[in-house]
Design a protein around this ligand. Structure first.
Ligand SMILES: O=P(O)(O)O[C@H]1O[C@H](CO)[C@@H](O)[C@H]1O
Ligand code: HPA
Length: 329
């Protein structure tokens, strides 16, 4: 008897014949093989850029155009801080994200995300309320899907609104920062919405995003801020994009300040990359909701007043920009 073969840790095995032990060994091998076969196969993740095919997005866009009978020229993505901007949309057709075929539903937001299609200051707009964030567990390819959908609906200008903390001491609570450039920490960590095979119908394989923020839209923002007497509260700056959900540490803030960031947030940049890839003209407006670490948070009442003024300024900027572009002013 081969005493090296241990079939179990009970003494009974010692008593079995060589043939019995061989049979048991075969039986165990068979069982192990069955277990291995029953295990789920490795899941090969779809790269972010391929989560929704061109045809999928085209169907979504067709659905919106058929339901609304409007062809929007301006796309808006709203921060939850300026959700009320959707109220500017005149005689809107409101669509739930869940109405749109194949549109991903954020587990966290459920049915709360909506599209408003209608007019603002004479321009036809499509506004997305209820942004999906990467830190909520949404793939970055899903977070940016509205941008491609807007493009296939006919949008030319994308106005992205987000909120952020100040990194630089020059940016204060309630300021509106028109973004002129970004630092994308999320892409450094591999979370870029363009990863995967490139569909040239959306854009080039390696798009340049050096000029992602449209000069003309930035100039109009500065011009309007003067017209409405808010040029001391409307600034330009560099946005650093982190994955979140935890806020940055003090050491990270010092680092981001040193490398040239003015504000920090957890959205917008993946949307900007997809927009630039597919040729949209982008304006990024950021409402500052937290001061830099070395600046005191304003007292409660003052904080609320500053934030309210910032929201009003955002709304004023967006409506006047649409008006100017619509009327070639
Ligand atoms: O950019 P929005 O969507 O306004 O959200 C901002 O607020 C969240 C943090 O409170 C972050 O997601 C940040 O990016
Ligand atoms: O202070 C912040 N840090 C990072 N993201 C943010 N989004 C809003 N405020 C902040």
């Amino acid at each position: 008897m081969n005493r090296n073969i241990k079939m179990c840790n009970r003494d009974c095995c010692e008593l079995k014949t060589a043939l019995q032990i061989r049979r048991m060994k075969l039986l165990i091998e068979k069982r192990l093989q069955e277990e291995a076969n029953a295990k789920p196969k490795d899941i090969i993740e779809t790269p972010q850029g391929e989560l929704y095919s061109f045809d999928d997005v085209q169907k979504m866009a067709n659905f919106i155009i058929n339901r609304t009978e409007k062809k929007p020229k301006f796309g808006l993505i709203l921060s939850s801080h300026v959700n009320m901007l959707a109220d500017l949309v005149e005689s809107p057709v409101v669509l739930q994200y869940t109405d749109i075929p194949k549109f991903p539903v954020s587990q966290l937001r459920g049915n709360n995300s909506k599209l408003f299609v209608g007019q603002i200051m004479g321009g036809t707009v499509i506004a997305a309320q209820g942004r999906m964030h990467f830190y909520e567990g949404n793939p970055v390819g899903s977070c940016t899907l509205p941008v491609r959908m807007f493009k296939l609906c006919g949008v030319e200008y994308l106005i992205i609104i987000c909120s952020a903390g100040a990194v630089s001491a020059e940016h204060n609570v309630g300021d509106v920062v028109a973004i002129k450039d970004h630092i994308n920490i999320m892409s450094w960590c591999g979370s870029c919405p363009l990863v995967g095979l490139n569909d040239a119908r959306f854009g080039q394989r390696n798009p340049s995003i050096i000029d992602a923020y449209d000069e003309m839209l930035l100039a109009k923002t500065t011009e309007i801020s003067r017209e409405i007497g808010q040029d001391n509260r409307v600034k330009t700056g560099v946005y650093v994009c982190v994955g979140g959900p935890a806020y940055e540490t003090a050491a990270e803030q010092r680092f981001f300040r040193k490398i040239g960031a003015d504000v920090i947030g957890m959205s917008m940049v993946p949307e900007v990359i997809i927009a630039k890839h597919c040729g949209l003209k982008v304006l990024g407006l950021t409402l500052v909701t937290l001061p830099a670490h070395d600046v005191a948070v304003p007292a409660h009442n003052e904080y609320a007043t500053l934030l309210m003024q910032g929201k009003k300024t955002c709304i004023e900027l967006v409506s006047r920009i649409i008006y100017k572009i619509q009327n070639n002013l």
